[in-house]
Write a protein that binds this ligand. Structure first.
Ligand code: NAP
Length: 272
């Protein structure tokens, strides 16, 4: 029996990807993975300088292009689509990664938090997928579908175990991302586009800097593997989902959290 050619099975050579929030954190980890697997990657973020700088840094790994835009607004998304269409005729991989959080106590948790968090984490994710679907369809075939990856969170699978302040808008937005992923997977399957979600546990990023500083030992204690995630573990799941190896995976929500979301022996931080 012939061995599988693993390099080919997990290769992204010839693929064009767009990663929102690619300038740092989880988006940068995924971009690094895609470039290492041979894809050309466009990254977007609001801060032009940081986006340009990351693209420049990652150019040592392959073709990485900065397209700064605010995807939290319809104008920003339109601008991004136009910028992208000036450069490419089709798209193979869209990673809806840009996201935001808002922590505040229950009694003072503002309506504005829901507007801000749901707008970026859910509405923009849906709008990006809808608006780029024609380009994704052009890059797709039944044998090799185009891929959408939505970045959810383990906090959309369970109620946060290390939570000293409420993140009500965030947890509900991430549960929405997971369910929307299933809905979009059905919607887009006939156009040869798969849609999956990754639900990360704790990974080092600007979003988690503060909580790591204050509660890293609780985070590690709550994780069955007793540690936080590494860049290669986020890159790995994204490369799998976008390669030939992941072509038949559709509508899945994949936790990458060391088992934290299924751990019921957790230490619950006291809430305000
Ligand atoms: N890190 C974790 O442990 C963890 C765990 C579970 C889930 N996640 C999820 O993973 C995703 C990335 O989080 P992260 O931890 O890497 O956060 P991060 O370090 O704060 O990075 C967020 C990225 O999104 C960009 N962004 C924010 N608002 C944007 C907008 N309106 N338009 C375009 N880009 C925007 C940011 O750049 P600009 O500020 O320049 O726009 C940045 O590149 C989020 O969806 C988050 O919920 C993270």
């Amino acid at each position: 029996m012939a061995a599988f050619q693993l390099e080919e099975l997990f290769s992204l050579k010839g693929k064009v990807a767009l990663v929102t929030g690619g300038s740092r954190g989880i988006g940068k980890m995924i971009t690094q993975g895609f470039l290492s697997a041979g894809a050309s990657v466009y990254i977007t973020a609001r801060k032009k300088e940081a986006c340009d700088q990351t693209a420049e840094e990652l150019k040592t790994l392959g073709v990485c292009i900065s397209l700064p835009a605010d995807i939290g607004t319809a104008e920003g998304r339109k601008d991004l689509l136009n910028q992208f269409m000036d450069k490419e005729d089709n798209l193979h991989i869209l990673v809806n990664n840009a996201g935001t959080n808002w922590g505040e106590s229950f009694a003072s948790y503002p309506d504005e938090a829901f507007q801000k968090v749901l707008n970026l984490n859910v509405t923009s994710l849906f709008a990006m997928t809808r608006d780029f679907s024609a380009l994704l369809e052009k890059g797709a075939s039944q044998d090799d579908p185009s891929r959408v990856i939505n970045i959810g969170s383990m906090d959309g699978l369970h109620i946060p175990t290390v939570s000293h302040t409420g993140t009500f808008a965030y947890t509900s937005s991430k549960a929405a991302v997971h369910h929307l992923t299933r809905d979009l997977a059905i919607q887009l399957a006939s156009r040869h586009i798969t849609v999956n979600a990754v639900a990360p546990g704790f990974f080092p990023s600007k979003m988690t800097d503060y909580v790591f500083e204050k509660h890293k030992s609780d985070i590690e204690a709550n994780c069955p593997l007793k540690r936080v995630g590494k860049a290669e573990e986020m890159a790995g799941v994204a490369v799998y989902l976008c390669s030939r190896a992941g072509a038949y995976t559709n509508g899945a929500v994949i936790p990458v959290d060391g088992g934290t979301s299924i751990n019921h022996q957790h230490v619950q931080g006291s809430r305000e």
